[in-house]
Design a protein. Structure first.
Length: 262
């Protein structure tokens, strides 16, 4: 499945404007043969928008979800997008997967909140592994800081995730995560990892780009630079299977020794 990484901060504060950016990216990705488009964290509204987060937050099945579903269906491409999710009085930092037919397949709430900014505006999710089947792959969802906890990614590996999709808002000076950690996470857990970042300055944050899709061999299949971009790479389920057969990490685990971790 060809996967498109939309590296962009869009138009912070403008849901309508960001839907237009997504529509154009989905068109370009579909024309290039992609089956999936992934946006950064909080793409729908912008990340560093302060109290507008609560004002712009929507339900997982709200108007913006319908608009994304329409874009996906019209271009025939699945979409993972980041957005602030409202559930009653609670707001979560969420990512949702919509199929190429416009059907909502999975919704994930970020479990590990980074810094005072996120803790002031979001509640943490409580479900660590969220997955859906798409294009012959089991696709799992995490968001940004979540992937920096090896337990999260290993839980996905044990649950059979083939492609881990990680919308992110990775900022300076932590670019080593995209450059080094993501390929290692992919290798040690024998999966593809798509890590899709914002770019440029937004409020007090400087996002570093470097969106990456790494394979189970630890090799980056594509990597964006520091500017807005749409980069593509193929995710091959047969290669995942062959790599897992050749690399026994998951089979050679000794869970009985790991009790101290929990």
């Amino acid at each position: 499945m060809r996967t498109a990484l939309l590296q962009s901060s869009g138009l912070p504060g403008s849901v309508v404007g960001n839907l237009k950016v997504l529509d154009e990216a989905a068109r370009c990705a579909a024309d290039a043969g992609a089956g999936l488009v992934v946006t950064p964290e909080m793409f729908l509204t912008g990340y560093a928008i302060g109290d507008d987060i609560a004002r712009l937050a929507e339900a997982a099945d709200g108007d913006s979800a319908d608009a994304v579903a329409e874009i996906a269906g019209r271009h025939g491409v699945a979409i993972v997008y980041g957005y602030p999710e409202r559930a009653g009085e609670t707001v979560f930092n969420s990512a949702q997967l919509v199929s190429a037919e416009g059907v909502r397949l999975a919704n994930y709430r970020k479990t590990h909140l980074f810094g005072c900014f996120e803790r002031d505006h979001f509640a943490p999710g409580e479900r660590s592994v969220v997955q859906a089947d798409l294009g012959g792959l089991r696709v799992g969802l995490l968001i940004c800081y979540d992937v920096e906890f090896p337990e999260n990614v290993r839980a996905h590996a044990l649950a059979g995730t083939d492609l881990l999709v990680v919308p992110t808002a990775q900022m300076h000076p932590f670019q080593f995560v995209a450059e080094s950690m993501i390929p290692v996470r992919a290798f040690e857990n024998q999966m593809y990892v798509a890590y899709v970042n914002r770019v440029g300055r937004e409020g007090e944050f400087e996002f570093v780009g470097l969106s990456t899709l790494a394979g189970p061999d630890g090799v980056a299949r594509t990597r964006a630079g520091r500017a807005e971009d749409l980069v593509l790479a193929d995710v091959d389920p047969a290669f995942v299977a062959a790599s897992r057969e050749a690399n026994p990490y998951l089979q050679d685990r000794r869970p009985g020794l790991y009790g101290s971790l929990v």
